[in-house]
Design a protein. Structure first.
Length: 255
């Protein structure tokens, strides 16, 4: 009888030990991942969970804390699709989810800054400009510019800049005073130029790049060429009265 009692106690202890090993205690910031024979099951804490008798493996993992200015890219390992989770939140993963890299900080823009983001799936470029505290790239977006955030072009009242759309080849001219933000595929052509002040003594020779003809601009103004024009040279005009005075002076010297 004593032997039977000992055997019963041993069996009971083994059963209790097995049951305890099947029980998982999960905290409020933890998740239980259960890899069954054919599927994956996720249990979010807090809670006490009993594991199935037949399963491949199980483990407890701490959820990811995202601050208000943080985000995390998550990839589904079954279909490869990505999504972005934005803080603030305690990020609990779904079945087959994997963290794609670490947590990232949202882009903060000043009033004079902009950022261009290219969607690698659609080819579309998104431009965010001006003061913003929380710009979040999409799961398939990357920076168009290697420097990421760029400064707008600050034009003074006597300045202008030529801008070309690299996708269409079209150009435009922007004159100051203003802040110029580039669109999706635009880049500056050359540098920022100073406008020409045309007065009684100054003119500008301009060439039309489409048709090739030239014109001399003499009307008094602060001159900025059109998008299809380029400045050939700035010329000093000789007044007729001055020219005649010079002729008289030369004539007297020759006598």
């Amino acid at each position: 009888m004593a032997t039977v009692a000992i055997a019963v106690v041993i069996i009971a202890a083994l059963i209790i030990l097995i049951l305890l090993r099947q029980v998982k205690f999960v905290g409020k910031d933890e998740q239980l991942f259960i890899h069954g024979l054919t599927d994956v099951e996720v249990k979010n804490g807090p809670g006490t969970f009993l594991l199935p008798i037949l399963h491949k493996s199980s483990y407890v993992q701490t959820a990811t804390t995202l601050d208000p200015i943080e985000y995390q890219v998550v990839t589904n390992s079954l279909d490869g699709k990505k999504r972005v989770e934005v803080g603030p939140q305690l990020l609990f993963l779904r079945a087959y989810d994997e963290l794609d890299g670490g947590k990232k900080t949202a882009i903060s823009l000043k009033a004079t800054e902009f950022v261009r983001l290219l969607d690698c799936q659609t080819g579309q470029v998104r431009v965010e400009a001006g003061e913003q505290g929380k710009v979040i790239p999409g799961p398939y977006e990357k920076f168009v510019d290697k420097e990421g955030v760029r400064s707008a072009i600050a034009l003074k009242c006597h300045e202008y800049v030529r801008i070309e759309d690299k996708q269409t080849g079209s150009t435009r001219v922007e004159r100051g005073e203003q802040l110029v933000f580039l669109t999706g595929h635009e880049e500056i052509v050359g540098k920022v130029f100073k406008a020409v002040e045309i007065d009684e003594e100054t003119a500008v020779l301009v060439r039309n790049k489409r048709e090739g003809h030239q014109r001399l601009v003499t009307e008094q103004q602060v001159f900025v060429p059109r998008s299809d024009e380029e400045v050939i040279e700035v010329r000093k005009l000789i007044k007729l009265a001055d020219h005649r005075s010079e002729e008289r002076r030369v004539g007297k010297e020759c006598r």
